[in-house]
Ligand binder design. Sequence first.
Ligand SMILES: C[S@@+](CC[C@H](N)C(=O)[O-])C[C@H]1O[C@@H](n2cnc3c(N)ncnc32)[C@H](O)[C@@H]1O
Length: 232
Amino acid sequence: MDAKSIERAYTVFSGFYDLVFGKLFHQSRADAIQLLNIRGGENILEVGVGTGLSLPYYPRNCKVIGIDFCEPMLEKGRQRVGQYQLSHIQLMKMDAMKMNFPDNSFDSVFAAYVISAVPDPHQVIAEMIRVCKVGGKIVLLNHFKNMNPFISGCEKAISPFTKKIGFQADLDLSSLLSGKPLVVEKKRSVKPLNYWKVVQCTNRKGLNGNGNGHGNGSGNGAYPAAYSTLKR
Ligand SMILES: C[S@@+](CC[C@H](N)C(=O)[O-])C[C@H]1O[C@@H](n2cnc3c(N)ncnc32)[C@H](O)[C@@H]1O
């Protein structure tokens, strides 16, 4: 997938994106944001923010920057920021593969339904690690290659077609995290259909040991949903 065709695809999707990927995915976005463990005053980056469907779930006592390289998606996001009066949130046009932020700019970094929709997922993860502080949380909400051989076979078969409409259906999580200084703290399936996963990692760049992307991912704490309090 190249950047131009992805940008073109999301320019087309921007007109009806919220209708298809809105309500059905609200709970998963709210749950994933809980896993950022945001504390007052923190700086948060959301990569590939799109139309900003997750923005109303951030607490107002932090600062959020959302980036995306597709202007029509961002424009919808700006409208949402206005609609919900989200003065703690700023949206910028930027390529996630080459971010204009200094190292260690953010306490946590989040990507929802993005990592399989970028030209080079490894480069985007590397950038997320670079701009996130040591010890910060990096949370991915995405579909990853299924463990079931039959389903993963189907995903592999359809991936050449899904790439034409802007995403890869068979992105493998362990290959993605392999060799990266990330420790998986929690990994769980989320609605709808438990087909998507939320993965909470700690950034251990520059630290010795454990930073090989292979934590146990066994955390199972319940997390409250801001979702129910939002009027849609
Ligand atoms: C499936 S949408 C997800 C949008 C949003 N995060 C959500 O939860 O609905 C993927 C988004 O990633 C953006 N994107 C893809 N590649 C990108 C890149 N290299 N840099 C910035 N944004 C990118 C697309 O423009 C699109 O808005």
